[in-house]
Write a protein that binds this ligand. Structure first.
Ligand SMILES: Cc1ncc(C[n+]2csc(CCOP(=O)(O)OP(=O)(O)O)c2C)c(N)n1
Ligand SMILES: [Mg+2]
Length: 553
């Protein structure tokens, strides 16, 4: 009878949960497992750097529901500490698999290479960054441990850590193991009461509004959200982190709510509502427009995977998904969908003639008409993210941006991870020059795996976002010839863009050139900024100058 080894079981369970690709960089402590991976139905995707693998796995998890990164002990593991932290903060279920010294090798406490302090130093670090962690040191419990940890990733949509001592992947686990099931239900009484109270509050209200965030996507509730809006005729706004949880062409979609950073009419509608229904909302500073948001808990309900609060009533043991199903079954008062003016996203772009320099505002206007049904927008921190808030996303979940933890260097590797997770989409990667210099070389991975992202580098010669807060030479970066990367990588097309005409032409060419990546080096004025950043700055200035803001309504 064939026995299943620990490595094989881990692969089997990843596969059963939808993982088809594992990102990483190998090392001697994990080579045994890599060998098992290449003999399995999972594909290994080698990146240039572990941080690239971590961001790619995070994006893969955001798109497919589970991702995996596999690295060696400490030198690799500690490099994905930052990407795992981002996945934790923004709720992305990434399985971090790390090799480690074998259990037998540890006996006399030798100073093996890559060791930091104790053998469990890396494990301790990851305990802080994950929702569950394990060292598969005992074949008797290894399968159960894999079940437990993978369940936690899927249940809480957060990363987990699995350490594989190098003498274990090929060890047999216990025979005839069946994956453990972890059924979870709401308390029926609490659920009934919460739903009834919510329905009453909504039916009694004049102008309710749904505010949806990223958990709606993570918990697979996008269809339910849309149905709820269609059934009740209550419009939906999204947060920046939750951008694209609803297709932005839906007539009941208001736009991005982000306090003063968002469009004024969206802000007014949301803050003026007498019943704000927050679903899966993270109350982060960026989502709340750097705390310029004015939301009144007395006129709100907030339900997510961690809490269920209706005004000031808090309910225990009410699962987010059950609450939403409860709302869908309720009897609703008839109302009509309000008409809210929205900017026309399809306004044709007429480039200024000759040497009209390209500005951030005009860049995003032109990018809007570049988006198609097949585009996935991946934005990095900085004005790439703020500006992207106003882009018009055609479908659900076609926008990825680290809008809470906000680690620079996300977009290029995340764009690759996203395209590997869904090859039907072409990533449009928006990235500042500072962020590009951190992980942009992962374009080599795009070439190796025949991906074709379009990369727009917002080249403002530095950390533009920071310049608006406090400037100094520390905000400068060396200007690279980004458009010449194809020469280095032996593939791709590069474009140098300084004028509106050049931008128009380059994006036209990029749309046609689908064989490999395209990179646009968009040279901007160092002090230029997107309308969103501008709105925020003027609003903050207004607050600072003593213009007391009344609570809306
Ligand atoms: C890894 C990391 N280091 C530092 C920061 C702090 N930070 C926030 S925005 C920013 C500047 C980003 O520069 P760039 O990518 O060029 O975008 P820009 O602001 O110019 O649009 C910095 C350094 C960060 N968010 N992440
Ligand atoms: Mg910059």
């Amino acid at each position: 009878m064939k026995t299943t080894t620990i490595g094989e079981y881990l692969i089997e369970r990843l596969h059963a949960n939808g993982v088809r690709d594992v990102f990483g960089v190998p090392g001697d402590y994990v080579l045994g497992f890599y060998d098992q991976l290449v003999r399995s139905p999972l594909r290994v995707v080698n990146t240039c750097d572990e941080q690239g693998a971590g961001f790619a796995a995070d994006a893969y998890a955001r798109v497919r529901g589970l991702g995996a990164v596999c690295i060696t002990y400490c030198v690799g593991g500690l490099k994905v500490a930052n990407t795992t932290a981002e996945a934790f903060a923004e709720k992305s279920p990434v399985v971090v698999i790390s090799g480690a010294p074998g259990i037998r090798e540890r006996e006399k406490n030798p100073l093996l290479h890559h060791r930091v302090r104790e053998f469990d130093t890396q494990k301790k670090v990851f305990e802080q960054l994950t929702v569950a962690s394990t060292v598969l040191s005992d074949p008797q419990t290894a399968f159960q441990e894999i079940d437990r940890v993978l369940h936690a990733a899927l249940r809480f949509k957060r990363p987990v850590y699995i350490e594989l001592p190098r003498d274990l992947p090929n060890a047999a686990g216990i025979p005839h193991h069946q994956p453990v099931e972890f059924p979870e239900t709401s308390d029926p009484q609490a659920l009934r009461t919460a739903v009834a109270e919510a329905v009453q509050m909504i039916n009694d209200s004049r102008n309710p509004v749904l505010l949806a965030d990223v958990e709606v996507h993570r918990f697979g509730l996008q269809q339910s959200l849309l149905k709820l809006s269609q059934k009740t005729n209550i419009p939906i706004a999204c947060t920046l982190l939750g951008k694209s949880v609803v297709g932005e062409q839906y007539p009941g979609y208001l736009g991005i709510y982000e306090g003063a950073m968002g469009r004024e009419e969206v802000r007014r509608y949301v803050e003026g509502s007498d019943c704000l229904i927050m679903l899966g909302v993270f109350m982060t500073d960026i989502n709340l427009g750097i705390y310029t948001a004015r939301l009144d808990p007395g006129r709100s309900m907030s339900v997510n995977s961690e809490k269920c609060a209706i005004r000031y009533h808090h309910f225990e043991s009410v699962r987010f998904e059950d609450f939403l199903s409860g709302l869908l079954r309720a009897k609703w008062k008839r109302r009509v969908l309000p008409r809210i003016p929205r900017p026309n996203p399809w306004k044709p772009f007429h480039p200024g003639r000759g040497r009209t320099p390209i500005s951030v505002t005009r860049l995003f206007q032109r990018l809007n008409s570049f988006l198609t049904e097949e585009t996935m927008v991946v934005a990095d921190v900085g004005d790439a993210l703020f500006g992207a808030a106003d882009l018009f996303i055609h479908h659900r979940t076609e926008f990825l941006g680290p809008a809470y933890y906000a680690s620079m260097g996300f977009a290029v590797p995340a764009g690759l991870g996203a395209q590997i997770a869904n090859p039907e989409l072409r990533p449009l990667i928006l990235v500042g020059d500072g962020a590009f210099q951190m992980t942009g070389m992962e374009l080599a991975t795009a070439v190796r795996y025949r991906l074709n992202p379009v990369v727009v580098v917002l080249n403002n010669r530095g950390y533009g976002t920071e310049r608006h807060m406090q400037d100094g030479c520390y905000n400068d970066v060396l200007e690279w010839q980004y458009h010449r990367l194809p020469e280095l990588l032996g593939a791709g097309r590069g474009f140098f863009v300084e004028t509106e005409e050049q931008l128009d032409q380059a994006l036209g060419e990029a749309a046609k050139h689908t064989e490999s990546f395209c990179i646009l080096n968009v040279r901007l004025d160092p002090l230029d900024r997107s309308p969103a950043l501008d709105r925020l700055a003027s609003r903050l200035a207004q607050n600072l100058s003593g213009g007391k803001e009344r609570r809306a309504g």
